[in-house]
Write a protein that binds this ligand. Structure first.
Ligand SMILES: Nc1ncnc2c1ncn2[C@@H]1O[C@H](COP(=O)(O)OP(=O)(O)OP(=O)(O)O)[C@@H](O)[C@H]1O
Ligand SMILES: [Mg+2]
Length: 254
């Protein structure tokens, strides 16, 4: 089970969790996405035009229905399923014990469970981190992105939690070259944790999310390749990082 966290909003957590989930589900694994953006859900809109989230996490936590009845399959991929956030209840309605029970049950039925976290609720964040086997902080390499990602990382530092990595998203090589963004070496030095992926800024993810489709794992697009590589690294393979600089033959050293 993996938590997707960030210090700033809109950095790509939901899109990354959804599409990584899609990659695994298309390989025949069962994947459950749990949207914890209580009161402001997003993932239900990204599951395809025909998908209507009529049930949500609160129905399961309150014992009204079973997890497997509440989980909604993606329109293009049966094995990618969503437990939607509640539209009306906020994060304070999630009780620790009931949440643990839900996760216990989810672990029995799914190969991967991805928690898509909102920005801002520390209580929810800590609950998710404690329940997860691993956490991925998603960050842009903008000044604010890095500072806020570091704030989130400080929770792991303080509690000496090692099971955490980082994904840099929306990376623009042209702005790194112009010195607007720091280099990837500089940014990764700020975080003494593994970099699990570097995803370029590209329309591919944007378009897929707007259309309610999943990116194709065999796509030649760099963001799709970067996501595929993250999925393989999480499965234990050693994969070099893709070269974001199309004009250079040098591969980034991670
Ligand atoms: N690598 C990328 N290149 C271009 N656009 C991207 C990339 N990653 C995500 N986006 C776009 O950025 C927007 C925000 O993405 P997303 O909703 O996944 O972020 P989030 O971190 O989950 O946001 P929130 O904090 O509001 O939950 C979306 O429109 C998405 O398509
Ligand atoms: Mg989101």
């Amino acid at each position: 089970m993996i938590s997707f966290l960030s210090g700033s909003g809109g950095v790509g957590k939901s899109g990354i969790a959804l599409n990584l989930g899609g990659i695994y589900a298309r390989q025949g694994k069962k994947v459950l996405l749990i949207d914890l953006n209580m009161g402001l859900r997003t993932l239900d809109l990204l599951m395809g035009d025909e998908v209507l989230a009529t049930t949500n996490i609160m129905d399961v936590l309150s014992g009204k229905i079973k997890l497997l009845e509440a989980a909604i399959p993606h329109q293009d991929c049966e094995d990618l399923q969503l437990l939607s956030a509640s539209w009306t209840k906020d994060a304070s309605c999630i009780e620790d014990e009931a949440f643990k029970e839900l996760i216990k049950e989810a672990r029995e039925h799914y190969d991967y469970i991805f928690l898509d976290l909102p920005v801002g609720s520390m209580t929810l964040l800590k609950m998710a981190i404690n329940a997860s086997d691993f956490s991925l902080i998603v960050s842009t390499i903008t000044q604010t992105g890095i500072r806020n990602a570091d704030k989130i990382y400080s929770i792991f530092r303080e509690h000496r939690i090692q099971e955490v990595g980082i994904i840099f998203n929306m990376v623009r090589q042209d702005l790194i070259k112009r010195g607007v963004y720091p280099s990837l070496e500089e940014v990764s030095e700020r975080f003494p944790i593994n970099v699990w992926g570097i995803i370029p800024f590209e329309d591919t993810l944007n378009i897929a999310m707007e259309q309610g489709t999943l990116i194709r794992a065999d796509s030649k697009k760099m963001s799709a390749r970067a996501l595929k590589n993250i999925s393989r690294r999480l499965e234990g393979e050693e994969i070099p990082f893709i070269n974001l600089n199309k004009n250079s033959l040098l591969f980034l050293k991670w």
